[in-house]
Design a protein around this ligand. Structure first.
Ligand SMILES: NC(=O)c1ccc[n+]([C@@H]2O[C@H](COP(=O)([O-])OP(=O)(O)OC[C@H]3O[C@@H](n4cnc5c(N)ncnc54)[C@H](OP(=O)(O)O)[C@@H]3O)[C@@H](O)[C@H]2O)c1
Length: 255
């Protein structure tokens, strides 16, 4: 069973691995023995996050702004200098703002669609040579795009650019899983519900209690919840899971 869920010796890249859900995922991968690169704009913060994990394994920070194609090119060029293959790509970096129908402007629409949807699409395309080097029929390379439960359902919250971007993330994950599966690259999405990060740290304690009441499991997600799902998808246990959307949301999407 230990081998079934092993990612030891794999090479992983986590975008936005310096904070929030990306940091939780990074902790899981590093502690499980994967050499893990984290990409973020703020290098100091990324160095600090990587340093905190260095006792448990190998975590290397890379500075980059992934919201533009030039930024993606620069990061992929760095990774290609450092490694000849990448086994695991986690497209996690994202932006989120609650804005009512009359509130959000063109900049907000574009920044959500750019970082949340365009970035995973182009990261995957530009990382294909490294992913193709890693994938085998027995042990495909793995791509996980972090979507959202709000890409699957509509709630009382208003965040239209976010809804659009995350629904798009889910659909490209399914399409790319189908397209790249025969090349031994599995592409899946994880659709998290609320996790305690800077994104959800808005509003009063009463609002947070209100949010919990809407979650069938009656709690926010924990690091173990997201780590466990990522380890499953990236290990032998998840080798036959492709082109799917895994909800890690305490039951919100099904409720
Ligand atoms: N938190 C939740 O409850 C929740 C629920 C569902 C889905 N999600 C999804 O989970 C993902 C992570 O969310 P989070 O709450 O953990 O966010 P977060 O706490 O705000 O962390 C975002 C991470 O992405 C990096 N980042 C932001 N813009 C970037 C850019 N242009 N280029 C490179 N890196 C960038 C940040 O570092 P720098 O600022 O240094 O760049 C940081 O490491 C997102 O895709 C989000 O939509 C979150």
């Amino acid at each position: 069973m230990t081998d079934l869920f092993s990612v030891s010796g794999k090479i992983a890249v986590v975008t936005g691995g310096s904070d929030g859900i990306g940091q939780m995922i990074t902790q899981g991968l590093v502690e499980a023995g994967a050499k893990t690169y984290i990409v973020a704009r703020n290098l100091e913060k990324a160095r600090k996050a990587a340093g905190e994990l260095s006792g448990s394994g190998s975590c290397i920070p890379i500075q980059g702004d992934l919201a533009t194609l030039a930024g993606i090119d620069a990061v992929v060029a760095q990774l290609s200098e450092l490694e000849s293959r990448v086994d695991i790509l986690i497209n996690n970096a994202g932006v989120h703002r609650f804005e009512a129908l009359e509130e959000f402007d063109e900049e907000s629409w574009d920044s959500h669609l750019d970082l949340n949807l365009k970035t995973p699409m182009f990261m995957i395309r530009k990382m294909l040579p490294l992913l193709r080097e890693a994938g085998t029929p027995e042990d495909p390379a793995r791509v996980i795009n972090i979507g959202s439960t709000d890409g699957k359902r509509v709630s009382d919250m208003e965040h239209y650019p976010y809804y659009a971007s995350k629904a798009g993330v889910h659909q490209i994950s399914r399409a790319l899983g189908r397209r790249l599966g025969p090349e031994w690259i599995n592409v899946n999405a994880i659709a998290p519900g609320p996790f305690p990060t800077a994104v959800t740290d808005v509003g009063s304690p009463e609002l947070r209690e209100q949010i919990k009441k809407g979650i069938p499991c009656r709690r926010f997600g924990s690091p173990e919840d997201i780590m466990g799902s990522v380890i499953y998808l990236c290990s032998r246990a998840g080798a036959y899971t492709n082109a799917t959307i895994l909800s890690v949301d305490g039951g919100i999407a099904g409720a």
